[in-house]
Design a binder for this molecule. Structure first.
Ligand code: NDP
Length: 333
């Protein structure tokens, strides 16, 4: 039997955590033949709720789940971690300024970065889900100098999946029989925020260029882009609670693709540390089209970026630069 992979989940008692843990334990994170050991991190007030979730995990009798430990101390929770899912974060509350939000999250992601630096396994992979995810990932990464920077990523896979769903729906509206599985090379650029840019100019539907197939600039600008970017708010409005199952599902997709690789002729979207590709300042954690293989990602190179796309990528990347400047000013990186 294989050695279990140690997976640490923060914010484990939250609603994304509840949607995530059972699927990790049933093999959807790494594969149906990979045993996992769960380490749950929560703030002290939420440890009891995490214990309740752990009781339910026990009661599922998942054959792949080889153990669960619960902590309120980051150093212990990240000891030996192979896959770290940083879900817990300080949400923006009414009247909170951006600086307050960044500062509150700095207080969470700085010690977590330090704990990962101190105790993580050599192959550690980190996915930040808690918002503002890109900048939280940057904070954690900057406090883990011994871990290669490329191991810190933030999630834009939910945006990517939302874009696939919207595009498939649009094409089906023309009478074509298209499923999300027929769509390749979707890209989310920039920040996981309302400024993100979902790009269909390189996407393919059943092998044909997606933007040409759709051929509807008005839909692209006034429907597709805002629908994808504001989907989170629309779900809160409809459901009375934020998207949790879809966020958890995207987190599983992100790690599964990172570990197991993208298919030939396709890529995915991940927020990763920029090497300056496509004019994104080096060091920012920004979403790009990436391929993955053998547990490593690479930014897809050589795509033509027209003026329409350029302006949108720049706007989102500028927001990331501003967030970086703000956390620098606060002494968080
Ligand atoms: P959720 O589980 O719903 O969300 C957790 C985080 O994920 C939030 O920051 C949220 O950001 C973010 N997120 C990213 N993408 C999405 C998406 N598509 N939809 C919804 N959320 C998204 O929050 P809960 O409040 O239910 O649970 C948070 C838990 O984290 C609590 O149990 C709390 O105790 C814990 N916590 C743990 C910490 C730790 O382990 N050290 C630190 C801080 C909190 P957004 O702001 O946009 O909602």
């Amino acid at each position: 039997t294989r050695t279990p992979v140690t997976v640490t989940v923060t914010g484990a008692a939250g609603q994304i955590g509840y949607a995530l843990l059972f699927r990790i334990a049933s093999g959807h994170l790494l594969g149906a033949d990979v045993p996992v050991r769960l380490r749950l991190l929560e703030i002290p007030q939420a440890v009891k709720a995490a214990e309740g979730t752990a009781m339910e995990l026990d009661d599922c009798a998942f054959p792949l789940l080889s153990g669960i430990d619960i902590f309120d101390d980051a150093t212990k929770a990240f000891d030996g971690v192979n896959v770290a899912l940083l879900v817990g974060a300080r949400p923006r509350t009414k009247g909170m300024e951006r600086g307050d939000l960044l500062e509150a999250n700095g207080g969470i992601f700085k010690p977590q970065g330090e704990a990962i630096n101190a105790g993580a396994a050599d192959d550690v992979k980190v996915l930040v889900v808690g918002n503002p995810a890109n900048t939280n990932a940057l904070i954690a990464q900057s406090h883990a100098p011994d871990v290669p920077a490329e191991r810190f990523t933030a999630m834009t896979r939910l945006d990517h999946n939302r874009a696939l769903a919207q595009l498939a729906k649009k094409v089906r509206g023309t009478g074509a029989r298209v499923s999300v599985a027929d769509i390749k090379k979707m890209t989310i650029w920039g920040n996981h925020s309302a400024t993100q840019y979902p790009d269909i100019f390189h996407a393919e539907i059943a092998g044909k260029n997606a933007a040409e197939t759709v051929n509807d600039q008005n839909w692209l600008e006034n429907d597709f882009i805002p629908t994808v970017a504001k989907r989170g708010a629309a779900i809160i409005e409809a459901r009375g609670a934020s998207s949790a199952a879809s966020a958890a599902s995207a987190a599983l997709n992100h790690v599964h693709t990172w570990v197991n690789g993208t298919a030939d002729g396709d890529w995915t979207s991940m927020a990763v540390v920029s090497d300056g590709s496509y004019g994104v300042p080096e060091g920012l954690i920004s979403s790009f089209p990436v391929t993955t293989k053998d547990g490593r990602w690479e930014i897809v190179q050589g795509l033509d970026i027209d003026d329409f796309s350029r302006a949108r990528i720049d706007a989102s990347v500028n927001e990331l630069s501003e967030e970086r400047d703000a956390v620098r000013k606060l002494g968080l990186i």
